[in-house]
Design a protein around this ligand. Sequence first.
Ligand code: EPZ
Length: 429
Amino acid sequence: MMTAERIVIQGTDAPLRGQVAISGSKNAALPIMAASLLSEDPLNLNNVPDLNDTRVMVDLLRDLGVQLVLAEPQEGEIALSLTSPQTTLNPEVPIEAARKMRASVIVLGPLLARMGRATVPLPGGCPIGARPLDVHEDVLVALGATITYHNHAIHAYCEEGLKGATHRLRVPSVGATENGMMAAVLAKGTSVFHNVAREPEIVDLAHCLNAMGADIQGAGTDTMIIHGVPRLHGATHTIIPDRIEAMTYLIAAALTRGDITLTGANKDHMQGEINCLHAMGFDVQAVNGKTLLLNAAGAQPKPAHLVTAPYPGFPTDIQAQMMVLMTSIAGESRITETIFENRFQHVAPLNAMGAHITQQGETCTIQGGFPLRGADVEATDLRASSSLVLAGLVAQGTTTVGGLHHLYRGYVHLPEKLRACGAKVARLP
Ligand code: EPZ
């Protein structure tokens, strides 16, 4: 949903100091909400982040006939009870739902498994890349589905029921892995999927599906074995913390040379990224697996050369935020983006703020150490929006950020959480 609202940030030299509670993971919650389509018993979910994207998924599932009870146990969090009676399910996703959120394609696998057919309008244009669906199609066809494209929608059907299969994904696509998992759990026989995505969000989906009676082994590795079962039952599941949100705040603390405590995080989900910060001179301490401390006062930061890669490599969803940190470190840093073909749209506004970033193909070179200055900038995609807010924290003068519908898709109360650590951030209606 577009919004004319802007965020206003007064840049200061003041380091961020304080505590941030990490919300549930958007990228775990969306597929797990879709998993409710697989069972007619209630699936109860806790720690779902209250975001535009999860609210869109709530509306989408209701349009599909899911009976859904929503509670708000605390600010920024929703609890859901989702029930999908066979009698009320409708296998066609409405156009407007698919337009609002690309991730709506994630209902394709569970709808096909439960109903024998599914129609999802092709997701809206995406600023970070073409984002084709061939890998989704390949895995569902391997399980016996017929896929056609017409009327700007993807149609999947398999009247006689899906059958287990052995299949290698062309690329370890997160969404295609999730669609394949949710289709295979009710297929007849065993599936073996090779070159699957290994993200913590994939593991959380597997945990939830197994709690519902599925039989999935190997989640988190590059090969998954799924023994199909006749039906799934209800379960209660708590969504894992959002590792991308957590890293965004660790980077904000490093950028301002601050001292921040994250609560409710999961260190094991972000070891690679923490190692990157360590190599750059920022030490992250873990009080236990869930509380992380970063005290960057007195750090002697060093430039870095990073390449994004599928998990457990350096996540593409942190690339924009890391680039802002690199502008604050004297010397030459580099970032190579290997996952999406157009995910450097934050470079132009950062350069407008005085950064020295040049792009050669899929690699950006950052000459760090030049002070940023406030500017009026527009966000282009979700993670770019958070990087522009971070840049405003240290830019001299005032920065305003527009295009906030991108930000509110994926961050719970980002301005408020930064303000609680001393940032001068406000929303302009
Ligand atoms: C998920 O998107 C995340 N979204 C993205 O996070 C994340 O950036 C991405 O995984 C990579 O980690 C959710 O989980 C809701 P992919 P997804 O399929 O599943 C290509 C955020 O900021 N590809 O793993 O759409 C694709 O073009 C969002 O929270 C094909 O070629 O990503 C891309 O280059 C942004 N054909 C690469 O694979 C396909 O059929 C990775 O895409 C599918 C994907």
